[in-house]
Design a protein around this ligand. Structure first.
Ligand code: ZN
Length: 216
């Protein structure tokens, strides 16, 4: 009988060890996808996740990635996005990390009160946020977690009427100038997103949203 118990324990041990190892592997290299943890959802509630939100919590994912800033410092980033693009984002950010593509910060927009202007001014890259397109009543694709903005201060939203969002980014609306964090049609960031089926706001015909990538 005692032998049987020891045997059972051994079996449980042999099953659990690879599971623990797999979990550790998922986070040890700085890249992971999980359902939105309670602590994160508490932070989102009433901020990016408000009443009337068109996407259910179970369809959102919490993604962790590593990235480098322009000074070459490696940083941990966190993103909330729709489950349909979570794997795309991990693959894209793995490539960007491998190539040391500079991204200044990737923090949840809730850490900026889910205020898009504040987040853009801080040059914070982010995805999910239940909100309308700036200056309109149209629901943004960020509301579904299917759009992401990269280095937004240096890649502003330039409207058809010439207005620049955020206003502090006016000088970066000149896309022939040279400056750090600039996204161009041929650069790695743009190519990777397009390879994964995203469209780029810099290709839009009238307004140009140089920070914006989305997948429908
Ligand atoms: Zn956007």
């Amino acid at each position: 009988m005692k032998r049987l118990i020891i045997f059972k324990r051994l079996i449980i041990f042999l099953i659990l060890v690879p599971l623990w190892a797999a979990q550790a592997r998922q986070t040890a290299d700085g890249f992971s996808v999980s359902e939105v943890p309670d602590s994160v959802f508490r932070l989102m509630t009433g901020r990016s996740y408000k009443k009337g939100c068109p996407v259910a919590r179970k369809d959102l994912r919490y993604v962790q990635v590593l990235h480098y800033n322009a000074a070459g410092r490696e940083l941990q980033g966190e993103i909330v996005c729709h489950k349909d693009i979570a794997d795309d984002l991990v693959e894209i950010f793995r490539e960007l990390h491998r190539s040391r593509y500079p991204i200044e910060r990737i923090r949840l927009i809730d850490r900026y009160g889910a205020d898009d202007t504040r987040s853009m001014k801080a040059n914070n890259s982010s995805a999910f946020n239940y909100r309308v397109v700036a200056g309109t009543k149209v629901l943004s694709n960020h509301s579904y977690g299917k759009a992401i903005d990269i280095n937004p201060l240096y890649n502003p939203f330039v409207k058809r009427n010439g207005k620049v969002e955020p206003a502090e980014a006016r000088r970066y609306a000149n896309r022939t100038a040279r400056f750090k964090y600039k996204i161009t049609r041929g650069d790695l960031c743009c190519r990777l997103f397009k390879q994964h089926g995203f469209t780029w706001g810099g290709d839009w015909r009238y307004s140009k949203d140089y920070q914006h990538f989305e997948k429908k």
